[in-house]
Design a binder for this molecule. Structure first.
Ligand code: G
Ligand code: G
Ligand code: MN
Length: 331
């Protein structure tokens, strides 16, 4: 099959000439149906889904997908296509996960996490819809919605007389290059009469490597505006400590995988231990994520964790449950 496809690819690779312009198609998708029950339109639809799902690769790279991969491509297409409607019809909601002091006796922050429950499809994971939104550009209006929703939730909690800890939102790497990002965020806050120091922004470690120049600019703009910055999922990527220190940030969140590894691997333990010491001298707070058990909590504390986030203390919960949590926990 692959040899046959390769032959076909070589034939198709000739340029298309339209009105004296040359076009070189670089990506092809071919849908094959072995039964006779499938209409031509349906086959074309399948191949279009595949075309939108496949990553662009260099050179002649042929991938033969089976039925389950086709189904997942169709699902991805359907997720992507439903994003604009979902935003328009207010189908996104926010959950918040509380962040605690290392001993677990005080809430110090809340991380806002987007949720999407689509009628007919059920809950769709942000791990699916965020990358889809990054690809089709919906991530920008979705992020504006996210910040506005945080402002509305802050107002609800403030009206109920609750003390509100700092609220952290995740900024998608795709928005790092947005020219007026900081100004846009500040405008939303001003419109809702929310102070910039009520918010913190998390940027995943990998985005800092792939777009270092913009990352440095965005981080320093946010910090000077009063919005704290956290580096998220640290240890899941490959940032050198050297390049990370070139960036301004207030909080470092250690990825769950790195924490788990340090339980059994002495090198990882030693690395994290010294990282904790360096962060302390730099006044950067250290957060351990994904803490599920008391022994993991103690381990994180030994490694110098200032704060802890994880199922041991709290899962991501909708606004009303967070109201109850804030009301019951002394701040
Ligand atoms: O909440 P959950 O574990 O299902 O989230 C999966 C991933 O999606 C996590 O990496 C989380 O950071 C990311 N995520 C959740 N909400 C948002 C959001 O509002 N914006 C961005 N960019 N990522 C989010
Ligand atoms: O990538 P980011 O750190 O933003 O991802 C946050 C996500 O991690 C949340 O959506 C949440 O569902 C998940 N999470 C939070 N606490 C835990 C935990 O204790 N264990 C696991 N496995 N996942 C967690
Ligand atoms: Mn995060």
């Amino acid at each position: 099959m692959t040899a046959w496809l390769h032959g076909l690819y070589l034939k198709l690779r000739a340029p298309l000439i339209l009105d004296n312009d040359f076009f070189y198609p670089t990506l092809y998708a071919l849908a094959v149906e072995t039964s006779l029950e499938c209409s031509a339109d349906r086959l074309l639809g399948y191949s279009q889904c595949l075309l939108h799902t496949e990553e662009r690769t260099h050179g002649c790279n042929i991938r033969v997908l089976g039925n389950s991969e086709l189904l997942s491509a169709i699902e991805n297409c359907s997720v992507t296509n439903r994003l604009p409607q979902a935003l328009y019809h207010n189908r996104f909601t926010l959950h918040y996960q509380a962040q605690y002091t290392a001993e677990g006796n005080e809430i110090v922050g809340l991380e806002a996490l987007m949720r999407w429950d689509e009628p007919g499809m059920g809950p769709i994971s942000p791990a699916k819809f965020i990358p889809a939104a990054e690809k089709n550009g919906m991530i920008a209006p979705m992020t504006i919605w996210l910040i506005e929703q945080i402002c509305r939730d802050i107002k609800t909690w403030a009206d109920a007389g609750l003390t509100i800890p700092k609220i952290w939102f995740n900024l998608s790497a795709a928005l790092l290059g947005e020219p007026f990002l900081t100004r846009q965020v500040l405008n939303i806050l001003k419109r809702h009469d929310v102070s910039p120091d009520s918010l913190g922004m998390e940027l995943t470690e990998t985005s800092l490597i792939s777009d270092a120049k913009n990352a440095a600019l965005v981080l320093s703009q946010m910090i000077s505006a009063g919005i704290e910055v956290a580096i998220d999922d640290y240890g899941a990527g490959f940032t050198s400590i050297n390049s990370m220190f070139a960036l301004p940030f207030n909080q470092l969140k250690i990825d769950r995988c790195f924490m788990l590894r340090s339980l059994t691997c002495l090198d990882s333990y030693t690395l994290l231990k010294s990282l904790g010491e360096v962060m302390q001298t730099r006044n950067i707070s250290l957060v351990y994520e994904g803490i599920e058990t008391e022994s993991q909590r103690q381990h994180a504390e030994q490694l110098g964790a200032n704060y802890i986030q994880g199922f041991l203390f709290a899962r991501p919960e909708p606004r009303d449950k967070i109201s109850a949590l804030l009301a019951s926990t002394p701040a």
